[in-house]
Design a binder for this molecule. Sequence first.
Ligand code: SF4
Length: 346
Amino acid sequence: MINIEETVNRLRETNDLDDEALLYLIQNDECNSILFKHADSVRREIYGDKVYIRGLIELTNYCKNNCLYCGIRRDNKSVGRYRLSKEQVLLCCEQGYELGFRTFVMQGGEDPYFSDDVLCDIISDIKNKYPDCAVTLSLGERSRESYKLLFKAGADRYLLRHETADKAHYEKLHPNDMSFDNRIKCLYDLKETGFQVGAGFMVGSPFQTYENIIADLRFLQKLKPHMVGIGPFISHCQTPFAGYKNGDTFVTLRLLSIIRLMLPNVLLPSTTALSTIHPDGRILGLKAGANVVMPNLSPKNFRSLYSLYDGKAAFGAESAQELEKLKEIVSKAGYSVCVDRGDVKK
Ligand code: SF4
């Protein structure tokens, strides 16, 4: 039996713990209140009560890959496919800018249509029109050369979840034509290029052990990303993992707190997956140390097609157009929505 307060304090002061203590904090519900209290206090020391908002634009649901957990994987023939035109993206930005968004996140599957030329053209148009805004990309694995071109065109940040830092586990979640080593290489290439980089993983994915989660935390300590996206695994009915058990809300929340205490300055989203799996997920995430939310700015008629997992929340307070609702919920929880770029604090 460990002393929870003393252990969490040690994590807060040294940003580190041995594996055994970490395992205890991850696994035990009785750690919740102490972990959440310290994580919230650290985020307030660095970021105050601010919650940064990012307007999420789901660029394309075409993907050449076949990740076993993903609803828009190549082999899912039941999903209607779409890709947004530059004009549609710019319209999303226009609406988002008027609402107060100063970061646009373009997320999509690995769609070969979006060549470097096509993407650079979109990015430079956004940056020319909205020079006070940050552009974040989440478009998967590309070559180092491609990352350089996207950065040169004006993109500021890049999110690429590593999904799991254990190679054997990675190979259980991905088909043979995907490479763990390349995924990790991409993250280092992105850092070297100059992007603010986000990594992250699923909590409770099939075959994941608690030791795998420790490996994820160690990897984050080594990579030192500017952003970390974690969310519970949620199964999708048209994937090989249909019917697999979903990840646990409170394990995810404890991990958010642990990540805040390990990497105090990190930008940490309270993810859509968290609010999909629990009605108060967004707010619980903020109270556990998260400080970013990414409401959906995509054209409403396409949102249901971007179905990474079953039941994905994309309306109500998850919708950029309902920002007032989000502001109200966030302020009731003791935080305030902030409409600047929200870069990482060094
Ligand atoms: S997780 Fe990403 S790369 Fe994998 S199939 Fe889905 S969209 Fe494609």
